[in-house]
Design a protein around this ligand. Structure first.
Ligand code: HEM
Length: 413
């Protein structure tokens, strides 16, 4: 104890220039602790934030250092954002611990989406998984981003309009047959439908990107599925800021990079195989179109090189698989919860399709089914905050000043 009070005295003397004969007693230390605790509570409850300029309102309260983080940890993020928006309006600030702005409501969201200054996405976890600015998903908004996205959209269009065997529609119908067979095989046994739906969606992405589907039990496919799962779980779970600064605590991003590298290896093997039997007259899939584009540029492309191709393919796997599988799983759950709606969808499908396979051409004849799918997408929007954006330059939003570099997130609840 004596050592402890001596240590306190020495340390405190250094910071506060205490007289040399001053000694801290146990009582002094408890008084100090009470003082610190009272001070922190006073800061928490009485703080008046002096905000320079014309900044959006800040969520009141918050703790020293950690600010509003506890409010987000204890509750559903979307509901908390919604509650704050009701009190503070469509644009407000929240400290996590740096100040970011949350935007909600149709008018504010539209204004934000229309402004180039807020078009660059930013998410360190996704960036670590897809390779930062090398791809489409996380590339900074600008000419390079636009060219890559335009190219990807045009390839999907070309693959989508292809008719007959090997067309996208044909591949989806084929996969639907496989998943129905798989599910009917369970008979009365309980099973996890989300795992099967993820395999089915994964196969459709494979068909689009690498031109083939796999048997569900195929070892290479199972490894791919496992890698994708770990990648997505890691991406969703890394929410503890600054953890990599804590000594001896493993950097969670390292694991993310590890799984990302495994996905990259799978993609590279496919690119190498495609190179060997590429037919310029008959591109089969997304990779073939990318390789033809690279050949056409002959090494002179500023927006697409072989490395970018790998990262863009990774985008398609990461952005396309879990999103679609999770949405389908929610839709199925709602069908179970609302059997009357399920019956109406079934009746419409039976009357319009009979024994034929569903196709895009039937969509206009299936208004009830289409509306049900749209409603499932609406009530269970699985990415309600989309990706955070970082202001590329200082700008204003709904009349408020937003400084360059500030993070702005959507709240589409
Ligand atoms: C229900 C399924 C899906 C949902 C809910 C979904 C959701 C989203 C969201 C919220 C964004 C970001 C929008 C933004 O920040 O502006 C996005 C972007 C993107 N998604 Fe999806 N997605 C789905 C399916 C897919 C599929 C199947 C693919 C591809 C095979 C895909 C590829 C992409 C790509 C490449 C981007 C970036 C494109 C761009 O920058 O414009 N997504 N998606």
């Amino acid at each position: 104890m004596e050592f402890a009070t001596d240590y306190w005295t020495a340390t405190m003397s250094q910071f506060f220039m205490l007289p040399e004969h001053f000694t801290f007693t146990t009582l002094d230390v408890s008084t100090l602790l009470v003082f610190v605790a009272t001070f922190m509570l006073a800061v928490r409850f009485l703080r008046v934030d002096k905000r320079p300029g014309n900044l959006p309102p800040l969520v009141p309260g918050g703790w020293p250092l950690i600010h509003h983080m506890p409010s987000l940890l204890k509750t559903d993020l979307r509901l908390q954002f919604d509650r704050w928006a009701k009190k503070l309006g469509d644009v407000y600030g929240v400290k996590l611990p740096n100040e970011i702005y949350v935007v909600s409501g149709y008018t504010a969201l539209k204004e934000m989406m229309e402004k180039d200054a807020f078009s660059t996405r930013f998410d360190t976890n996704i960036s670590a998984a897809v390779g930062g600015d090398q791809d489409i998903l996380m590339a900074p908004y600008g000419e390079v981003f636009k060219k890559r996205r335009r190219f990807a959209t045009s390839v999907f269009r070309r693959l989508g309009v292809k008719m007959g065997p090997g067309s996208t529609q044909d591949q989806i119908q084929e996969e639907a047959r496989f998943i129905c067979l798989k599910i009917s095989g369970y008979k009365e046994q309980p099973f996890d439908v989300s795992a099967d739906l993820t395999s089915a969606v994964g196969n459709i992405i494979c068909a689009l990107v690498i031109g083939k589907r796999f048997d569900y039990g195929d070892t290479r496919f199972q490894h791919l599925q496992m890698t994708m799962k770990k990648l997505v779980v890691k991406m969703a779970s890394i929410a503890i800021p600054f953890i990599h600064y804590i000594p001896k605590v493993q950097d969670p991003l390292a694991e993310l990079r590890f799984h990302s590298k495994k996905l990259q290896q799978f993609i590279q093997e496919e690119i190498d195989q495609h190179r060997q039997n590429l037919d310029p007259e008959d591109p089969r899939d997304f990779i073939d179109y990318c390789l033809l584009q690279l050949d056409q540029q002959d090494g002179g492309g500023t927006w697409l090189n072989e490395e970018n191709v790998g990262y863009i393919l990774k985008d398609l796997f990461i952005a396309g698989t879990d999103t679609t599988a999770a949405t389908l799983t929610w839709a199925l759950l709602y069908m179970i919860l609302y059997p009357d709606i399920q019956q109406k969808v079934q009746a419409e499908l039976d009357s319009v399709l009979g024994a034929t396979k569903p196709s895009l051409a039937h969509r206009d004849q299936l208004p009830y089914t289409a509306a049900t799918i749209m409603e499932a997408l609406r009530i269970r929007h699985i990415a309600p905050t989309l990706f955070a954006r970082q202001a590329a330059e200082s700008n204003c939003l709904c009349g408020f000043d937003i400084a360059k570099g500030t993070f702005v997130i959507f709240s589409t609840q």
